[in-house]
Ligand binder design. Structure first.
Ligand code: ADP
Ligand code: ZN
Length: 348
């Protein structure tokens, strides 16, 4: 068993265990009040719905099942959850339990953070991506027609419980998706090594979350250092958006990390050894590292992003493995470097 305490605006514990035998004993004491609203999706409910019903038989349970997939992370489903809480007389003494991947975590988190100005939220992430990333740190959101995650809050859960047993039913594609984000951590800190990536277990998740925890504790609301967690995401998000969200987030982060390496090379003149170690990490999870979009179109997409500051952008570059740095770059320079990299790969 692994435990981590997060000291953000709320202090809470992350517990990582294996074997469903411990689920009930660990999670039940975390549930505040008589009533619990389990938010999940149809796939996860198909796999684990019966177990959940049994585990929470001592409580008054309502279950809100949304359809799987990002399209469900919308304001209509958000209101569905809120209305279910209200109609079932949930008070601030009760609990919302998010049981699923990032989609469920984000929408259930947003509902918990706004219902009666905030009720207890327990996160049980069931995908690798949600376990190592979205379930910790307190970002909640739903998508609007105009863009992803535009409506949301910072709201820390009261507890995060991860059980690696749930990851066993994940399709290989979802594990690979999660590994895109895991490799990001391997670049941010030298505590996640290439050998660790071969075995997706509690230890790997713990190492990643320790990195995230340390960053979030210093800068919960992303005013500075938390931006380090955006490593690989400037280009990653651009790729994801240009693909019309057909490419998975983790796959796009992996492709985005290629640009992080190439731009860092041009900024800092990284040694060949460092660059090959970085590519070694990226290739270890067998991600397709090619990019279907031109450097020009990617930079045009980055310009359209709300995160830029006029002609400049905060970019997370790497001085080495475990040595990330937030550096302000002129977008014209970013474009030059990306175009230069593109011309080199197309020369092969
Ligand atoms: P994320 O990758 O951000 O966690 P989702 O919440 O969309 O995104 O989850 C990805 C997919 O994996 C969804 O189709 C979801 O139903 C499915 N899923 C989530 N958890 C499990 C699990 N433990 N076993 C099998 N499929 C799962
Ligand atoms: Zn991400």
């Amino acid at each position: 068993m692994y435990e981590l305490t997060v000291r953000a605006s709320k202090k809470y514990k992350i517990t990582i265990t294996k074997g469903l035998g411990l689920f009930r004993a660990r999670v039940l004491p975390l549930v505040k009040g008589e009533s619990v609203a389990i938010v999940t999706d149809d796939r996860v409910n198909g796999l684990y719905g019966d177990i959940l019903d049994e585990f929470f038989s001592d409580k008054r349970v309502i279950k809100i099942v949304i359809k799987h997939g990002e399209n469900s992370k919308n304001s209509a489903n958000y209101l569905r959850i809120i209305n279910a809480l209200a109609e079932n007389d949930f008070t601030r003494e009760d609990t919302v339990l998010a049981f699923g991947g990032g989609v469920v975590g984000d929408i259930a988190g947003f509902a918990a953070s706004t219902y009666m100005r905030g009720i207890t939220l327990i996160a049980v992430p069931t995908t690798l991506l949600a376990a190592v990333d979205s379930s910790v740190g307190g970002k909640t959101a739903v998508d609007l027609k105009t863009g992803k995650n535009l409506l949301g809050t910072f709201y820390q859960p009261s507890a995060v419980y991860i059980n690696t047993e749930f990851l066993k039913t994940l399709p290989a594609k979802e594990i690979k998706n999660g590994l895109g984000e895991v490799i990001k951590y391997a670049f941010l800190s030298d505590t996640v090594k290439i050998a660790d990536l071969k075995n997706v277990d509690g230890d790997l998740i713990y190492r990643c979350l320790k990195i995230k925890r340390d960053i979030v504790e210093k800068d919960e609301k992303e005013k500075g250092e938390r931006a380090l967690l955006n490593l690989g995401h400037t280009f990653g998000h651009a790729i994801e958006k240009l693909s019309g969200y057909k490419l998975a987030h983790g796959a796009c982060v992996a492709k985005g990390l290629v640009y992080s390496i190439e731009i860092s090379k041009r900024l800092y003149g990284l040694s060949d050894k460092t660059v090959s170690e970085m590519y070694g990490l990226l290739k270890s999870a067998k991600h397709d590292l090619s990019c279907p979009f031109s450097a020009e179109s990617l930079v045009a997409q980055i310009i359209a992003d709300k995160k830029r500051k006029g002609e400049r952008i905060d970019f997370v570059a790497l001085k080495g493995i475990g040595k990330p740095e937030i550096t302000e770059i002129k977008i014209s320079d970013l474009k030059k470097m990306a175009v230069d990299y593109e011309s080199k790969i197309s020369a092969f």
